[in-house]
Design a protein around this ligand. Structure first.
Ligand SMILES: NC(=O)c1ccc[n+]([C@@H]2O[C@H](COP(=O)([O-])OP(=O)(O)OC[C@H]3O[C@@H](n4cnc5c(N)ncnc54)[C@H](O)[C@@H]3O)[C@@H](O)[C@H]2O)c1
Length: 459
């Protein structure tokens, strides 16, 4: 970011134990009231989550440029969030080359994340990229390399890491040893939908379908609006359109990893964070389990190409050294269960429960327990808004944010490996030190993916 803006939040003591939602008595909003101190943001991908994210960051940022391959989405976003004043492009590279863009937000589908994040870093921009950061394990190696080389600040959109009253508090219990040595963690992330065969239809005028696909092999555009269904109160509701494009791309391995990288990126993240805070940094060593897919697979690739293809139901087991096990499943209450030798806790977006939580009444956590888990970074607001505050503060101050690319990939590798195991229908052994699958050439080939000509990633 611009040196002239580095003075921003200089009053904040990053190393001090700070109370929730307050940075040495001043907030990020106090610091960004003046026009000159506001942060200029360039947006790449103006769909569903970009709306929520910009809502969370709006007190501190001005959107100066928007890129989307769907012109209607970009112009609608501009009108709604930037008063029509942002420059609008179909090519994200126009956003990256602008000198007036301080930070970039990548909110495209997953298959575009690595290329845009790498190019943003090389263009000298700090980036907030939505989860999951990559589509493959090797893309994680590349992003980590370029992040080290450029020193840019990259925050991943796993906002549960900035949810202080639930997930961060749960992590503080783990870090303070209230559960003892962890033996078992479970990430319950819900089932994923199947679809009927989806017809090939004409591409909408506003959408550049070829560029939407970008690095991925070209496929037909598919779309159908299924009829309304009744909810539990008998009210009719139109489902989201069934498609291989907007929002629903997450149910296609071509563009995403299904539930594993959609919700797994949140709850496997918390389960992995717990192990790391418990001193269990090695592994995993093996991944297996069962998964039900809505299509058949050959050599790890879906055979039928006309419908959703990611796993709908699954039970994956992940082994770590010392007998610790992680389970990732669809079929029980959404949330993370952490079991240690001294007790167990359950944490979700609505609840933190278990005996170690009740025991806090008589034996509270030390004052600095939450701050320590939060890497002693300032804490302002909660959840998505807090995560943006963390990113913007770290970008201003050149610090590593709470959802850094290194710890994110430690967990995302697990999701990707579970996906490879599911697609091949066999268990895998993993050498975490060299990030290679052991003794399985076909599975190892799936650590990377080919890029369509013209969409290679150059570094
Ligand atoms: N953190 C969270 O809680 C959370 C929640 C939902 C989604 N997400 C993540 O956000 C990302 C986007 O999901 P969504 O539901 O908003 O999808 P979406 O389909 O609604 O939006 C994606 C937008 O990106 C645009 N796009 C595609 N390729 C582009 C390119 N090359 N350049 C510019 N724009 C391009 C699309 O046209 C679309 O408007 C996904 O990676 C998803 O996993 C995160």
């Amino acid at each position: 970011m611009k040196a002239s803006r580095r003075g921003f939040l200089s009053t904040c003591a990053a190393g001090a134990a700070v109370p929730y939602f307050m940075w040495a008595g001043r907030t990020l909003a106090d610091e960004t009231k003046a026009k000159n101190d506001r942060i200029a943001l360039g947006l790449i991908g103006s769909g569903d989550i970009a709306n929520a994210n910009i809502g969370a960051a709006k007190d501190w940022i001005d959107i100066v440029a928007i890129a989307d391959v769907d012109a209607d989405r970009a112009s609608g976003f501009n009108a709604k969030h930037a008063g029509g004043r942002a420059a609008v492009f179909d090519d994200y590279r126009r956003v990256l080359e602008r000198k007036d863009v301080d930070v970039v937000h990548v909110a495209t589908p997953d298959h575009w994340h690595t290329k845009t994040v790498v190019e943003a870093m090389l263009a000298g921009k700090d980036v907030y990229c939505e989860k999951p950061l990559t589509l493959t394990i090797d893309e994680g190696k590349l992003i980590r390399k370029v992040q080290k080389q450029t020193g840019r600040v990259v925050q991943v959109g796993t906002q549960q890491r900035s949810t202080f009253d639930l997930f961060v508090k749960a992590m503080a219990l783990v870090a303070e040893g209230r559960l003892g040595r962890i033996k078992h963690v479970q990430a319950a992330i819900g089932a994923a939908p199947a679809s009927p065969s989806i017809p090939v239809v004409a591409v909408p005028k506003s959408l550049d379908w070829d560029r939407w696909q970008g690095p991925v092999p070209v496929a037909d555009y598919r779309f159908i609006q299924l009829p309304a269904t009744k909810d539990k109160d008998g009210k009719e509701k139109l489902p989201r359109p069934t498609t291989n494009c907007h929002y629903e791309f997450r149910w296609w391995y071509e563009y995403s990893g299904g539930k594993l990288t959609d919700w797994g990126a949140h709850h496997v993240d918390i389960a992995t964070w717990a192990l790391l805070l418990n001193g269990q940094t090695a592994g995993p060593t093996a991944i297996g389990g069962t998964a039900k897919h809505p299509v058949s697979f050959k050599d790890g690739m879906p055979v039928e190409r006309d419908r959703y293809n990611t796993a709908t139901e699954f039970l994956y087991t992940v082994d770590f050294p010392g007998g610790t096990q992680m389970v990732i499943r669809h079929d029980t209450d959404n949330g993370v269960l952490i079991e240690g030798e001294k007790g167990r806790i359950f944490v979700s977006r609505g609840k933190l429960a278990g005996e170690p939580v009740e025991a806090l009444k008589d034996d509270p956590l030390p004052d600095d327990a939450i701050a320590k888990v939060y890497k002693n970074l300032p804490m302002q607001d909660n959840e998505r808004k807090g995560h943006w505050a963390n990113f913007l503060w770290c970008a201003k101050n050149g610090k590593e944010p709470i959802s850094d690319v290194h710890s994110h990939m430690k967990m995302l590798n697990i999701c990707h490996l579970a996906g490879i195991s599911a697609r091949l229908g066999r268990s895998l052994k993993w050498d975490d030190a060299v990030e290679q699958i052991v003794g399985d050439e076909q599975a190892n080939a799936m650590l990377a993916r080919p890029y369509r000509k013209g969409y290679e990633i150059e570094t």
